[in-house]
Design a protein around this ligand. Structure first.
Ligand SMILES: NC(=O)C1=CN([C@@H]2O[C@H](COP(=O)(O)OP(=O)(O)OC[C@H]3O[C@@H](n4cnc5c(N)ncnc54)[C@H](OP(=O)(O)O)[C@@H]3O)[C@@H](O)[C@H]2O)C=CC1
Ligand SMILES: O=C(CO)COP(=O)(O)O
Length: 325
């Protein structure tokens, strides 16, 4: 199975490196000419993943049509750009494996819904889990969920993408896998704020647990299964991203907690912090569906510049309630 990758960021590059452990060569589409040049001439992605030498069987291209000849395409552009890249060419019935974690602003669609609209004939799968790109690319042990409604295709993709240190678990809960990855980015910003404002380890654990309750409520309302929310793509990724400055979302939160503005923090970086885009969309989608998501609302307020003390005070002074759900 020949694999194509859309997106020359850290995660697209790391997944290309995993896929290159199979027999067939891998082709990666990148928007940035310097990424294409760096991969083809120096076998490294200087811009987004300079720490890891890449397999020489990975070829980069700036021509999206070059990916029409592959057997499966990993879609690893940031969530807000997936529609544009998938609308630029016709992948026919080539399976698309969605690896971005977010919800589209404006439409409030999950990436899978966007992909179905842009490429109606392509079967859809989702790859998600606790996966810092630099660790995956360095060959450190990692496990992911690979969700696909077509069980046979899901197993074929899970087998093709598995590698000695990259373990894939097949699932048919596509919505669940997507929601875990999108929501955890928002919660990671909140945990970063706790760190930046020095609110302590108790507060961070409470936020992870109550945030997980929010993620599960939102997921179940959208048809996800509870076991998926508690698995690699939900709780697993939440714990990872909420406890490490390797997370761009967590480190964005640290900056907010230290009193810097979201605008300043986001203008400083070239890499993507998906939670900043997903947070307001998630808040609005939850409000419309009548789903209580106070942590998510708090993160939105912090991104909008509300003082940390006021936001935390408001969270803590809500009426007491039973822990259930
Ligand atoms: N980094 C990680 O550890 C992980 C990331 N993810 C998810 O993968 C997705 C991609 O993240 P990541 O690889 O880290 O990104 P990076 O922050 O490393 O790189 C930015 C990416 O955004 C792309 N990009 C920027 N602007 C556009 C645009 N207008 N159109 C298309 N692409 C654009 C860049 O493409 P180009 O190079 O072509 O310019 C590049 O691929 C996100 O949804 C993220 O949540 C999931 C798991 C792990
Ligand atoms: O999704 C990730 C790890 O699973 C990467 O998290 P960040 O985007 O916050 O860096």
């Amino acid at each position: 199975m020949k694999i194509g990758v859309i997106g020359g960021g850290a995660w697209g590059t790391a997944l290309a490196q995993v896929a290159a452990q199979g027999a067939a060569p891998v082709i990666l589409w990148a928007r940035e000419p310097e990424v294409v040049h760096s991969i083809n001439h120096h076998h490294v992605n200087e811009l987004f993943l300079s720490s890891v030498p890449l397999s020489p069987t990975i070829t980069a291209t700036d021509d999206l049509d070059a990916l029409r000849a592959v057997d499966a395409v990993l879609v690893v552009a940031p969530a807000q750009h997936v529609r544009a890249v998938l609308s630029a060419t016709d992948f026919g019935s080539t399976p698309l494996v969605l690896c971005a974690k977010g919800i589209e602003a404006g439409t409030r669609m999950l990436v899978g819904e966007v992909a179905r609209e842009a490429q109606p004939n392509a079967p859809i799968a989702v790859l998600s889990g606790p996966t810092f790109a630099h660790e995956v690319a360095a060959g450190l042990p990692t496990a992911v969920t690979l969700a696909c409604e077509d069980a046979a295709l899901g197993v074929a993709l899970a087998e093709r993408l598995a590698a000695p240190t990259f373990r894939t678990y097949a699932s048919d809960d596509v919505i669940g896998a997507e929601i875990g990855g999108a929501v955890k980015n928002v919660l990671a910003i909140g945990c970063g704020v706790v760190e930046g404002a020095r609110l302590g380890q108790n507060a961070r654990s409470a936020l992870i647990a109550r945030g997980f309750a929010e993620m599960t409520r939102f997921g179940l309302a959208r048809g996800a299964r509870a076991e998926t929310m508690a698995g690699l793509s939900g709780l697993g990724d939440l714990v990872l991203t909420c406890s490490s400055t390797s997370s761009r979302n967590f480190s964005l939160g640290v900056g907010l907690g230290e009193g810097r503005s979201a605008r300043e923090l986001l203008s400083d970086r070239r890499t993507v912090a998906e939670g900043a885009f997903t947070a307001p969309v998630l808040r609005d989608a939850a409000a419309e569906a009548g789903i209580d998501m106070p942590v998510c609302e708090a993160v939105c307020a912090l991104l909008d510049g509300a003082p940390v003390g006021d936001v935390i005070g408001a969270l803590l002074s809500r009426p007491l309630r039973e822990e259930r759900g």
